[in-house]
Every structure is written in C-alpha cells, then in structure tokens.
Design a protein around this ligand. Structure first.
Ligand SMILES: Nc1ncnc2c1ncn2[C@@H]1O[C@H](COP(=O)(O)OP(=O)(O)O)[C@@H](O)[C@H]1O
Ligand SMILES: [Mg+2]
Length: 298
C-alpha cells in the first residue's frame, strides 16, 4: 500500500473570476522509502502539493490518504497530531526561535509530546551531533551561519523521527558547501528507510532522488523513476521549464518562467517581465463548477 495516495486532488484559491487553479486533478502514489524530487517552473503548484501532503492545507476536491487512512476526515486537532508525529518539514527560509539556544530549539518538538526534560536534552544533543553541530549547542541562532541554521532546523524537524520528510527548496538559500551538507543529511535519512519529498530547481540535486516529478500549471506532466547517483535526464530538458505558449494558456494568462544554469551554478529568471503568477481559470476549467453565462440578446 502506498504511504501517500492522492486521487483527483485539486486545490483552488479564490472565487469566480479570480480563481487560481493551484493543483488540478493530481493522481499520485508514493511508496515508503522513495526519495521524490519535484521540479517545475515557479507557480506550477509545487509548494501547494507539499502543503497538502504535509497536512498544512486541504484539497478543494479529491481524496488524500496516508497509509490508507483518509486524513481528510480527521478534525483539525487530529490532523495536527498526525502532522507532528509523522511529518517533518524543511523549508527554504527557516525560522528558529531567536531567544532559545540551538539545543532548546532542536528539543522543542519533543516538549509537545510530553517527553521529560532529561530525555529531551539527551536526544537533542544526539541529533545535533548527527548534523555536525554538537559544539554549537549553546549558541543563539543569530550566532550561526545560514547553513548552520538550516542544519539546526533539519535536526529539529527530524528529532521525533518522522517517516515522511517534506523539504521545499531546502537548499534554496544556501551556498554549495552548506547545500551539500544538507543534502547528505537528507540522503542519510533516506537510507534509514524514510520517505522524502523535496522541491528543487537544481538538476544536480536529482542525484539523491529515486524518482522525479515535473509539475506545470498545477499538473504532474512527467514522472520519472531513476537510480540513485544519476542526474535525471528530464531535469535538463528545458521543455519542462519553458514558458507556455499555447492558446489556452494565453487565455489563462499563465506565464511560466524559464530558468537556466549560469557559470556560477545559480538559477536566474529569463523573462522577468512575465512574472504574473495568478491566473484565471481558462475556458476548460474549472470542470467541477461550471459557470454558464447567459447569452445576450441583441
Ligand atoms: N494562499 C494562496 N492564495 C492564492 N493563490 C495562491 C496561494 N498559494 C499559492 N497560490 C497560487 O497557486 C499557484 C501555485 O503556487 P505554488 O504552489 O506556490 O507554486 P510553486 O511552489 O510551484 O512556485 C500560483 O499561481 C500561486 O500564485
Ligand atoms: Mg514554492
């Protein structure tokens, strides 16, 4: 049984003319132990998908099950508990609590579980050592580098051993050395049998993944299984990142952004003038809630 299962999941924002279709009829099964990289242009729905799977958001339509349990049916407090116990989040910009030292930050999730103080400190220490920051335990977050903050944040998100890790552009703000450390850490966690979903713009990072999904306009347009260590071939195929030009999308006012690799290994937006993100539903959608206009008599 897949650990994550989405059936015809859609997520719409807004109403009427201002509706944005962030996810459209997503069907996706993810098995335990997969390391899934998710790619696609800005605005294609990657974060929305992560938020739905991570129980931070609910689908507008469709069914979502974790381990075969229909989590949609759960009440908010029950969902919060599943999220806390089973899911670890790593975001691009991570906020540690500024007034707590590194050790206290890492131990924080355990407090919600009611573990005793001694146990919490012991576990937080072990986890900090695993991310190579045992000697920074009593530093405040402001005394750390960006890469160190991200590793502390990862230590915190993994302290209660979640079986699903959701990382939305985890290395987005990091230099290449810090990125590498964070990726090696995620690879270790993957080796331990956990399931990882990671949004990235960097084809190089698909080496760590066993599967790569490509998103566009709220849909999964390509799904590729691959071997660990290889870069996904499709991740270097610009067709997945090109600006959409067909008529339907023109009507919808969609503008995807093309990203390319520069000498410095950075990703830049090629068409800065077309950064309009919101879009109206095109003539073909939304299919579930059609609006019929009365034809004018002339
Ligand atoms: N809270 C929100 N309210 C309205 N529109 C949103 C919201 N979150 C995301 N969107 C829209 O949904 C689409 C998908 O966004 P997102 O999932 O953030 O894309 P990505 O992570 O691939 O850049 C975009 O058009 C975005 O503007
Ligand atoms: Mg995003």
């Amino acid at each position: 049984m897949p650990i994550i299962n989405l059936k015809d999941v859609s997520r719409l924002y807004g109403f009427g003319d201002a509706t944005t279709v962030a996810l459209e009829d997503i069907n996706l099964e993810i098995n335990k132990g997969e390391f899934v990289a998710i790619m696609g242009p800005s605005g294609s729905g990657k974060s929305t998908l992560m938020n739905v799977i991570g129980l931070l958001d609910r689908p507008t339509y469709g069914a979502f099950t974790l381990h075969g349990d229909n989590v949609e049916a759960l009440k908010d407090d029950q969902r919060a508990k599943v999220r806390r116990d089973k899911i670890g989040f790593v975001f691009q910009s991570f906020s540690l609590l500024p007034n707590m030292n590194v050790l206290e930050n890492v131990a924080l999730p355990l407090a919600y579980q009611g573990a005793n103080l001694h146990h919490r400190i012991l576990q937080a220490r072990t986890m900090l050592e695993r991310v190579g920051l045992g000697d920074r335990s009593y530093f405040l977050p402001t005394q750390l580098s960006g890469g160190q903050v991200q590793r502390v944040a990862i230590a915190r998100s993994l302290i209660n051993q979640p079986e699903i890790i959701i990382a939305d552009e985890p290395t987005g703000n990091l230099d290449s050395i810090a990125s590498r450390l964070v990726m090696e850490l995620l690879a270790d966690i993957h080796k331990m049998g956990n399931t990882i979903l990671m949004v990235t713009h960097n084809p190089e990072l698909t080496r760590y993944a066993t599967r790569v999904l490509f998103m566009r306009d709220g849909m999964i347009v390509h799904d590729e299984k691959k071997s660990l260590g290889d870069i996904s071939e499709s991740s270097e195929n610009t067709k997945f990142f090109e600006e959409t030009t067909n008529e339907e999308h023109d009507i919808a006012g969609v503008s995807a952004m093309l990203t390319v690799e520069t000498d410095q290994g950075k990703y830049v937006k090629m068409n800065p003038q077309s950064t309009k993100k919101s879009r109206k539903p095109s003539v073909k959608r939304p299919t579930k809630k059609k609006k019929y206009k009365r034809s004018k008599k002339s």
